[in-house]
Design a protein around this ligand. Structure first.
Ligand SMILES: Nc1ncnc2c1ncn2[C@@H]1O[C@H](COP(=O)(O)OP(=O)(O)OP(=O)(O)O)[C@@H](O)[C@H]1O
Ligand SMILES: CC(=O)N[C@H]1[C@@H]2OC[C@@H](O2)[C@@H](O)[C@@H]1O[C@H](C)C(=O)O
Length: 396
């Protein structure tokens, strides 16, 4: 592993950062550009997506929950290759666009399409109080292949210092709240495979100030729904909530689910994708529609339960991640939360790219020696700027 001084990315002022995310739903890789100095967002750039092939997805799924061994190595190679292919293409397109701008007389005032890459990798296993956290994919190899500094392994330092290692998007959410010029507390709710929420109080000046942020994983979100409809109906997701739509939530199963000790735990707290995989057993006797509706209701109820921890009622809950495309889930959230719920597009942000954008912003924070987590976001003992910086042309 190459661990290089943060001085390697020496430019002052805003950087063009490219962030990537390969999420717990294992669908593919998102990548997006953010212009940021690590404190303030100066603008959002282009984005791209690469879907894993079904065979790759199956290999990644078979490595979930493992910490080492041949399946983990194979998963790492898939993740590194998918990112290298996608980013090579994307950077070439960006370079062409810069060239066209230069020829048109517009000075893009940069020598490379991006200054730094924030590479999250793929989480295979997450047990912060036991073995730690594992994101596979080789950031040092990507830096060499792409010729751009890569910041990666964002979560390990936080876990080493007693934190949950997740969620890490909150420092970016704080910058988004400032970018949006919000002046009252609001929440960012990501509904991916797992759900996570960030309560942001933008009246504070900096994200690490006590009280500015409270964040945690709310519970399982789409992962159990996907697993159920895949097993029962051969579909990768409940597209548009169409299966859940005609079903009813079984309250007995919902109550058993909410009795899980995770929900009574005070935040910060985080989850692995499959921590709640046995919840499917709670709906095993139900019809496809009722079972899907009940799992969807469980996701919404977990969020509602989590909201109890917010110090003040937020002005709005902005929903990001694939779950916002599920109208049944969105309606259940609207019914169960005591505040407005809206997709993040309502304020002009891109809910499919927010996590990738978060790791662009966090990469610049790491490069500049700024913290990426604090006691309010991961429960870490003190603020920490986690991450490894790999610079092309060096091999420590
Ligand atoms: N049109 C849709 N209808 C219903 N559900 C959808 C739709 N589009 C996406 N989803 C759900 O959202 C999931 C993908 O969400 P997302 O891309 O936010 O997850 P992720 O980033 O991989 O996960 P995480 O945030 O946990 O790392 C899909 O697997 C699916 O369950
Ligand atoms: C260990 C890990 O990869 N956690 C992910 C996962 O996916 C959603 C939720 O669980 C969140 O805690 C986190 O990702 C987001 C991007 C985060 O760190 O903010």
């Amino acid at each position: 592993m190459s661990r290089t001084s943060n001085r390697a990315i020496a430019k002052t002022g805003p950087l063009r950062a490219l962030g990537t995310m390969s999420g717990t739903s294992l669908d593919g890789v998102d990548a997006a550009i953010v212009v940021t100095d690590g404190v303030s967002i100066h603008g959002f750039g282009s984005s791209c997506y690469h879907a894993y092939e079904p065979v790759e997805r199956a290999q990644l799924a078979s490595a979930l929950g493992q910490w080492h061994g041949p399946q983990v190595d194979a998963a790492g190679e898939i993740v590194t290759r998918a990112h290298a292919d996608l980013l090579k293409r994307f950077l070439a397109e960006q370079a062409e666009a810069d060239q066209a701008e230069a020829e048109a007389g517009v000075d893009p005032s940069r020598s490379a399409p991006v200054d730094v890459i924030g590479f999250h990798g793929q989480t295979l296993a997450h047990a912060p109080r036991q073995q730690g956290t594992l994101q596979v994919g080789d950031g040092a190899a990507l830096a060499q292949t792409l010729g751009v500094p890569v910041v990666w392994d964002f979560r390990s330092d936080d876990v080493r210092l007693g934190g949950e290692g997740a969620p890490l998007a909150p420092f970016f959410h704080f910058a988004c709240a400032k970018y949006l010029k919000r002046d009252k507390p609001l929440c960012f709710l990501n509904l991916g495979g797992v759900g996570n929420i960030t309560y942001v109080d933008p009246r504070f000046d900096a994200p690490e100030e006590p009280g500015a942020l409270l964040a945690f994983d709310t519970g399982p979100a789409n992962a159990p729904i996907n697993d159920l409809v895949q097993a029962r109906c051969g579909q990768p997701m409940d597209e548009g909530g169409r299966i859940a739509l005609g079903g009813e939530v079984e309250t007995g199963a919902l109550e058993l689910f909410l009795a899980e000790p995770y929900f009574a735990r005070m935040p910060p707290k985080s989850l692995d994708r499959n921590d709640f995989s046995e919840m499917i057993d709670l709906v095993s006797e139900l019809s496809d529609r009722d079972a899907t509706a009940t799992l969807t209701g469980m996701c919404a109820a977990a969020v509602a339960q989590g909201m109890e921890h917010c110090p003040e009622a937020p002005e709005v809950v902005l929903v990001t991640g694939g779950g916002r495309h599920n109208p049944v889930l969105m309606e259940m959230l609207r019914v169960s939360l005591d505040c407005p719920v809206a997709p993040i597009e309502s304020v002009g942000l891109d809910g499919d790219m927010l996590e990738a954008q978060a790791f662009a912003h966090l990469a610049v924070r790491v490069a500049r020696g700024l913290p990426t987590s604090c006691p309010g976001t991961t429960g870490v003992r003190a603020c920490v700027g986690g991450g490894v910086v790999s610079v092309p042309g060096t091999s420590d």
